[in-house]
Structure formats: structure tokens, C-alpha cells
Design a protein around this ligand. Structure first.
Ligand code: NDP
Ligand code: GDR
Length: 386
């Protein structure tokens, strides 16, 4: 994202609605903030206090709070703190709330199940209840970031709004509570509250520990000679991967309807983690083959056709490490977004090939800069995200 966008986004008139985004510092929060500013919204976001700056994804949208008529404002807050949420909502009086804040890593939710339930489950209740107690049920529309992880154990493919849920992680179970409490408040208090059941969506802004970004970062570093190999968990898992840019538009569309409803957002195609690895290497001209099975499986280089990179044929570039396996896994997700297509007129613009290409280009550029700094004697970090 570029600075020119900031100017374009901020200068656009006329002023329209006010939105509050929880999780604005995350992948989706950043794309959504940009999207809403482009539409002329005043955008408020909740950021967590952290010991280091954590606003990198939205820094290009920053406006000096001392200036007049700013349209982008961040508030300190946390989804575990009802009073803080209630005060912010009272102050902002939002037309729309997008509840994107969450402990969003499925594997980490097994390590922090109670915290995940508190933030991802009860956090949603806190938002809904604040809106109700503040008497904003007629004014404020709410988007809840629901997830394909609700489907969990495969019972039906493709999955649509009527597919039964069977979550397989503390994250999925917390999100199941959030899903139902959203529907309950909609029915009990006639609130305009929607669940977007979004399948996996990625981008160059994706967190480094999700599998797509972990792969594109590692492949970029391997191509540039900065590391020899990397480790993944379950290569057989299949996901329906889309682009976050497409998906934030669907969130907004849900809140522009006359009636609140729940929608699946997906591309309708599924791809294995193994195939994604192959695609990422292909983007930099490297062909790999997979040999062995289970925890013995490896990926080896067959050939490298890009003269910029010196990778030897036969080099092992990927191994399996069972530490990345989950205690209970979601094997296959494929979404059926026909309802969204029919009612919201939404279809994705990006396909997986475009997405992987964009992510690979971004990571190759990122690590080219890092390599240059390193060669100039600057110390850089070797940590590549777990
Ligand atoms: P990210 O992990 O990139 O962002 C999560 C955001 O939530 C960050 O801004 C994070 O803050 C914030 N956050 C975490 N804990 C708290 C807390 N206790 N209080 C307030 N904010 C908090 O996730 P995505 O942008 O990818 O996803 C957005 C939402 O959509 C999440 O709810 C996720 O579960 C859901 N989702 C995502 C999908 C995907 O494929 N991306 C698919 C389906 C649903 P910080 O930056 O400080 O960590
Ligand atoms: P997911 O995304 O769990 O689907 O949740 P993630 O990218 O973490 O995993 C996808 C699949 O890849 C397998 N995998 C690995 N995953 C990670 N992170 N690291 C590895 O090393 C690795 N090796 C294999 C996983 O086992 C899994 O099957 C994402 C999040 O954004 C959620 O917040 C969101 O709700 C869902 O997508 C839809």
C-alpha cells in the first residue's frame, strides 16, 4: 500500500458514515480501513497497547490527531475490557461496527484456550451488549467475523450457510459462541447484526505465522540464498484460499442490505498445502518434487530456471515437523458462496495464482532489501516465523 493512497483516501468527499473497526491493526482491519476511507467514511479503530509499535499495516493512513476534521482515528482498547469498549462506542456513535479483533491463530488457540474464549467469544458479546445498553440498536449495524473453522470436521462439501458446524479447536469453539450470540441479539433485540462466514483469505499483509505467508517468506529467502530449507506440519490439509481485498468488500456489502443475514464468503476452490508450496516455488522459477510420506515427506528441487537464483538440483528445501500438527485438524474446506453472489452480487476478483504471485513478489522484494542491508554490514533477524 502506498502513500498516494493515503492522500486519495483521506481527501475524498463528501463525508458519509462512521465506522468502528476492532482488529484494525490486523490484515483485514487494514484493508477494510482503506476500503471505507475510499468510500468517504470516518474510520475509528481499536488498537491494543503494545510495548512496540503495532500499527505498521495502517501507518500509511495515519492522520495527526492535532489536525482538524481527521477521518482516521485510533483508540486504545481491548476486547476483554467491557468498560473500555462501551466508552469507545459511546464516544464514536458508529453507524457500523466491524468486529474483526480476535486471537486468530488456530494452533495458538490450543495453547491459550481460555484467553481465546474470552476475546473471540465473550469479546463479541461485549460489543453487542454495549450497543444494546447504549440504546444504539436502531443506529448501529454490526459485522461479526465468523469463520469456516466453524465447519471443522468435514460433514459436507462444499460448505454453505446450512452446513452443520463441528469446530475442531478452541478458536473454532469460541467463534461458534460468537456466531450464535450475534444471531441471538439480532433476534432478541432486532439488531442489525450479520455473520460473515469467511473462508481463508490471504495477502502480502497476512501474519507471518499463517501457512501461506510462512511459505512465501521461506520460498523468497531460499531463492535469495538466505536460508536452505523450512518446516511445515500437515501438507495434506486443503483450504479455500481467497484474497483479503476481495473479502473486505463482502463484509461491507453485508451491512448495506435492508435486512441482516449471514453469508458464506469463499472462492469455491480448494488447494492442498503441498500444492501451495509447489505454486510458490514455481513463481520464482523453481520446480520441486515431493518424496516420502508422513513425517518423512520432503520437497526437493528438480530444477531452477531463474538465472538470478543459484539453487542446486536435489537440494532439500522443505521438511515436515510434527510440532506444527494440530491436536485436531480441519482436513478440507471448500465454500459455496452462491447466496452471497445472488443477494450481494459479490464474486472474487482474484484467483489463487494471482494471490500467490502477489505474495511472492512482495516477499522477494522484502527480503532483497534485507539481504542488501545484511551485505552492508547491518544486523538483521534470522527468525522466520513459526
Ligand atoms: P489478524 O490476526 O491479522 O488480526 C487480528 C486483529 O485482532 C489484530 O488487529 C489484533 O491486534 C487484534 N486483537 C487480537 N487480540 C485482541 C484483543 N484482545 N483485543 C482487541 N484486539 C485484539 O486477523 P485477520 O485480519 O486475518 O482476521 C480478522 C478477523 O477475521 C479475525 O476475527 C479472524 O478470526 C477472522 N477470520 C479471518 C480469516 C482469515 O482467513 N484471515 C477467515 C475467517 C475469519 P494486534 O495487531 O495488536 O495483534
Ligand atoms: P487456518 O490457517 O488454521 O486455516 O486458520 P493456517 O494458515 O494457520 O493453516 C492452514 C492449514 O495449513 C496447515 N499447516 C500449517 N499451518 C501453519 N500455520 N503453520 C504450518 O507450519 C503449517 N503446516 C501445515 C494447518 O494445519 C492448516 O490445516 C485461518 C485463520 O486466519 C483463522 O483465523 C481463520 O478463521 C481461518 O483461517 C478461516
Amino acid at each position: 500500500m502506498q502513500n498516494t493512497l493515503k492522500k486519495r483516501a483521506i481527501n475524498k468527499e463528501p463525508r458519509q458514515k462512521t465506522a468502528l473497526i476492532t482488529g484494525i491493526t490486523g490484515q483485514d482491519g487494514a484493508y477494510l480501513a482503506e476500503f471505507l476511507l475510499e468510500k468517504g467514511y470516518v474510520v475509528h479503530g481499536i488498537k491494543r497497547r503494545s510495548s512496540l509499535f503495532n500499527t505498521e499495516r495502517v501507518d500509511h493512513l495515519y492522520q495527526d490527531p492535532h489536525e482538524k476534521d481527521i477521518r482516521f482515528k485510533l483508540h486504545y482498547g481491548d476486547l476483554s475490557d467491557s468498560m473500555n469498549l462501551t466508552r469507545i462506542i459511546q464516544e464514536v456513535q458508529p453507524d457500523e461496527i466491524y468486529n474483526l479483533g480476535a486471537m486468530s491463530h488456530v494452533k495458538v488457540s490450543f495453547d491459550t484456550p481460555e484467553y481465546t474464549a474470552n476475546v473471540d467469544g465473550l469479546g463479541t458479546l461485549r460489543i453487542l451488549e454495549a450497543v444494546r445498553l447504549l440504546g444504539l440498536t436502531k443506529k448501529t449495524k454490526i459485522y461479526q467475523a465468523s469463520t469456516s473453522e466453524l465447519y471443522g470436521l468435514v460433514q459436507q462439501v462444499p460448505q454453505n450457510e446450512n452446513t452443520p458446524f463441528y469446530p475442531r479447536s478452541p478458536y473454532g469453539v469460541a467463534k461458534l459462541y460468537a456466531y450464535w450470540i450475534t444471531i441471538n441479539y439480532r433476534e432478541a433485540y432486532k439488531m442489525f447484526a450479520c455473520n460473515g462466514i469467511l473462508f481463508n483469505h490471504e495477502s502480502p499483509l497476512r501474519g507471518e505465522t499463517f501457512v501461506t505467508r510462512k511459505i512465501t517468506r521461506a520460498v523468497a529467502r531460499i531463492a535469495l540464498g538466505m536460508q536452505e530449507n523450512f518446516f511445515l506440519g500437515n501438507l495434506n490439509a486443503e483450504r479455500d484460499w481467497g484474497h483479503a481485498k476481495d473479502y473486505v468488500e463482502a463484509m461491507w456489502l453485508m451491512l448495506q442490505q435492508d435486512q441482516p443475514d449471514d453469508y458464506v464468503i469463499a472462492t469455491g476452490k480448494t488447494t492442498s498445502v503441498r500444492e501451495l508450496v509447489r505454486m510458490a516455488f514455481a513463481c520464482v522459477g523453481i520446480t520441486v518434487e515431493f518424496l516420502g510420506a508422513g513425517i518423512e515427506e520432503v520437497a526437493k528441487v528438480i530444477k531452477c530456471e531463474n538465472p538470478d537464483y543459484q539453487i542446486a538440483s536435489g537440494a532439500t528445501v522443505l521438511q515436515v515437523d510434527p510440532k506444527y500438527h494440530r491436536p485436531t485438524e480441519v482436513d478440507q474446506l471448500i465454500g459455496d458462496a452462491s447466496k452471497c453472489k445472488e443477494k450481494l452480487g459479490w464474486t472474487p476478483k482474484y484467483d489463487l495464482k494471482d494471490l500467490v504471485q502477489e505474495m511472492m513478489e512482495a516477499d522477494v522484494n522484502l527480503f532483497r532489501k534485507e539481504k542488501y542491508l545484511r551485505e552492508g554490514g547491518h544486523k538483521t533477524l534470522d527468525y522466520n516465523g513459526e
